[in-house]
Design a protein around this ligand. Sequence first.
Ligand code: ATP
Length: 346
Amino acid sequence: MANSYSICVVPGDGIGSEVTGCARRMLDSLATMPDGPSFSFNEQPAGYGAWIEFGTSIPQPTVDAAKAADAVMLGACDVARIPAGAGEPLGTLRKELVVNASVRPARSVPGISKGTQSIDCLVVREVTEGLYSGIEYDAGPDAACAVRLITRGASTRAAKVAFEQARMRRKRVTAVHKIGALKLTDGLFLECVRAVGADYPDVELETANVDACAMHMVQHPEQFDVILATNVFGDILSDLAIGLAAGLGLAPSACVGDRWGYFEPVHGTAPDIAGKGIANPCATILSAAMMLRHLGETKAADAVEAAVLQVLKDGKVRTGDIGGAATSAQMTDAIIAAIHAGGRGA
Ligand code: ATP
């Protein structure tokens, strides 16, 4: 019998509602596949718009609905415009849903990627601490400090995600650090990574300085499988990987903990194109595919990923960011048609 899931949808700001709307339409279409899953959606506010409407960027009912759902699908939140003291939607969700690591795959797409070498890697980024831990203070009239918090718990959980992912891929983890400059914090991070790695003898572990890693990613991207990094290093390296692969419009992500998981495109609110109906929906649709995989709907996840790739390869229906003139709705229609044509295109 086909499975049914409840999904909490947090569209957020800017193009968030447009791209999550496209992903919802794709998910709804799966119910007509043999044994295809069906979904009920509970849409909840968060972000800058939520702050304007409710006085907080992350209302409690949103957190409650996220915890009650089988999975959470996020659009994008305009965090830059949310004033101090108005809540942190992403930080709060990560804390409440107990997720420490963001998984960001980056894979070259023939006909779209510009580099000469192909890349097929996955960046696992710790997302709750490091230099983005939010601990900042004035240190006298002419100085300010940010604390780079690294804990054994969060580093260990992120490392486990990386080794688990590597096990399902090419069995290689590159742990990124700057141990020469950050002896204590990256010392602890690497200690945790090595301890976790001891439980995965089938996965090769190498370590790399962040600067050298960035250069090697540009020169020899094909060498990388899973890249594991602390918050800031992972933020930068995942964008680098995405840039080398196929760009922001095609970059999905997943934040999965022991109990909860949320799925969102890597891109932001794209205010320059918001409301025009031209945002590339692929990053959110591919995030929904990661959600399907997380829910155990492997067949549907494979079908969605194959359909997106097929439409991109066909090249007839593409949004502006990847060289076409299609609207978000037209690209979504083409992907849905390809899913139901068994990945053979519309
Ligand atoms: P934010 O402050 O929310 O991060 P931003 O505009 O600074 O917003 P992004 O939203 O990541 O950052 O966008 C960076 C650029 O990429 C923008 O020019 C935007 O239009 C483009 N872009 C991002 N996502 C998409 C998308 N899904 N489709 C097409 N273009 C996109």
